[in-house]
Design a protein around this ligand. Structure first.
Ligand code: SAH
Ligand code: SF4
Ligand code: F3S
Length: 469
């Protein structure tokens, strides 16, 4: 912690622990919640054990993800009892997408919870915490304060968030878009995050300048549908993501730009051209396709077919030949036949992915997919997932192996497990391990790749950086 000279910046009086589940939007939101609570005297702590307040920032995307929350709440109930026997207390808040989808249910199943706050209402957290603290003073038995806010307020929360404080590394997230209007039939996001919203360009550029000023070299633009971003430009016109990326790349000190997650339907020609023209835009794109079968894509309401996806891949590779692609896949969506699954396996062979996430379909309450009658048996889902993952793993390993012998620019971010080792990211988002002095953390460094493994690269820092003994 840095020493403060300003009397207003008092040292934290209370300890805050935030456990983050789910996607990068949640990681960003957790950082912003910490920023919001700092003026109330809360400073972040690394462990739940000494916390005065715990926030679970939750994910609802698959059943497994949301069930984790209830088991964690069970542990927190016991922890609060311990704290109270020590004469202290514990404020417990549930934020994120489970809070949004199951707010009432959380308070019913876990009445010890003090605060339930949805992803679009967390700018009101300070007021909710103040109420919870008052209620905690008069706490009887194991009950929590039960303050609930899962509204989608008319005012965008971004207008109420303080500027982000200290960046914790050279790579920072910047949320530019939220929500989704696409309603894929398997997905809860349109219900938990609400309608699509794009932040104005001026606010994004200001936040980017602030992040760069506090040490960020790499910005990852975030949104559930990030390439659908279309925001108000500083001159009052409307910009698309390609235009925003060009403006961000002009900020002095922005060395790397990424954006995630994109939808194939919104992958327009200008954005593809930005991959050709903007050197700071990294040669890597996460573009979820979900399935290679037109029939399944139609049932998923993805609003694109197999051909459109393949055409995008071709155009992207023509624009930026070294671009690496990653994707998301769902196996066992209702009605998926062996032939449909084969289409997915063929698509993988045609494209060649550098990395990918793949999941068994999980029926989510309230989504159209959950009500479909032709659900796929668990054993079939498992067999398909195993086959898919083995192909994807082979492609990822081959991609990593193809890097051996090359020199790549690595942004070092943290210490590795071995003594004297640092871990960083290549332009293609691979983890790179190398022996290097700690002063290189937060710097872009040329690394000679000595080997490519399934999940990472091994390398040696190029000569001239004072690394050799
Ligand atoms: N906005 C992104 C994805 C958000 S969710 C997009 O449009 O692609 C992240 C991934 O979780 C999805 O791409 C999908 O592969 C997976 N997913 C979403 N709902 C799911 C469900 N019900 N069962 C299994 N996987 C799911
Ligand atoms: Fe979910 Fe589809 Fe929207 Fe992505 S595009 S967030 S998968 S509804
Ligand atoms: Fe999960 Fe919500 Fe993100 S459901 S994946 S935390 S948008």
């Amino acid at each position: 912690m840095t020493e403060t000279t300003q009397p207003t910046e008092a040292a934290p009086r209370r300890k805050l622990f935030i456990r983050t589940y789910g996607c990068q939007m949640n990681v960003y939101d957790s950082q912003r919640m910490a920023d919001l609570l700092r003026p109330l005297g809360y400073g972040l702590t690394e462990t739940q054990d000494d916390a005065d307040m715990v926030v679970l920032n939750t994910c609802h995307i698959r059943e497994k993800a949301s069930e984790k929350v209830f088991s964690e709440l069970g542990r927190l109930r016991l922890r609060r009892e311990e704290r109270r026997s020590e004469g202290a207390d514990l404020v417990v808040a549930v934020a994120g997408c489970v809070a949004q989808a199951e707010g009432e249910e959380i308070l019913r199943r876990a009445p010890m919870v003090d605060i339930v706050v949805g992803p679009q209402a967390y700018h009101r957290l300070p007021e909710m915490v103040a109420r919870a603290l008052r209620a905690a003073g008069a706490r009887r038995g194991g009950r929590g304060a039960g303050v609930l806010d899962t509204e989608f307020p008319a005012e965008p929360k971004f207008d109420f968030l303080p500027a982000p404080t200290a960046v914790t590394g050279a790579s920072a997230f910047l949320s530019i878009q939220e929500g989704c209007d696409k309603f894929c039939t398997f997905c809860v996001v349109p219900y938990t995050r609400g309608a699509e919203y794009s932040r104005p360009a001026a606010a994004i550029l200001a936040e980017a300048r602030g992040l760069v000023a506090s040490g960020a070299l790499e910005l990852t633009l975030l949104g559930q549908n990030v390439n659908a971003w279309h925001g108000e430009a500083p001159d009052g016109s409307t910009w698309n993501l390609a235009r925003l990326i060009r403006a961000l790349a002009e900020i002095d000190g922005v060395r790397r730009l990424r954006y995630t997650t994109s939808h194939p339907r919104d992958m327009d020609d200008e954005l593809i051209a930005a991959h050709r023209d903007v050197p700071a835009l990294m040669p890597y794109l996460h573009l979820p396709v979900q399935s290679g079968s037109d029939r399944v894509l139609e049932a998923m309401n993805r609003q694109h077919g197999r051909d459109l996806f393949l055409r995008i891949v071709e155009t992207l590779r023509a624009a930026r030949p070294d671009i690496a692609l990653s994707s998301d896949f769902i196996v066992g969506f209702p009605g998926e036949s062996d032939a449909d699954f084969d289409d997915t396996m063929r698509l993988i062979q045609t494209v060649g992915f550098a990395s990918a996430f793949s999941f068994k379909y999980s029926p989510r309450p309230g989504t159209p997919g959950a009500a479909m009658t032709d659900q796929i048996p668990e054993a079939v889902k498992e067999a398909r997932l195993a086959a898919l993952q083995s192909s994807l793993r082979a492609q990822q390993t081959a991609f990593n192996a193809s890097m051996a012998g090359k020199t790549v620019e690595v942004l070092f971010q943290e210490r590795g497990r071995r003594d004297g080792q640092l871990i960083g990211k290549s332009p293609w988002l691979q983890s790179v391990h190398a022996q290097a002095p700690e002063r290189l953390i937060g710097r872009l460094v040329e690394v000679h790749v000595t080997g490519g493994h399934a999940n990472s690269l091994a390398g040696e820092v190029a000569a001239g950086l004072g690394v050799a003994a």
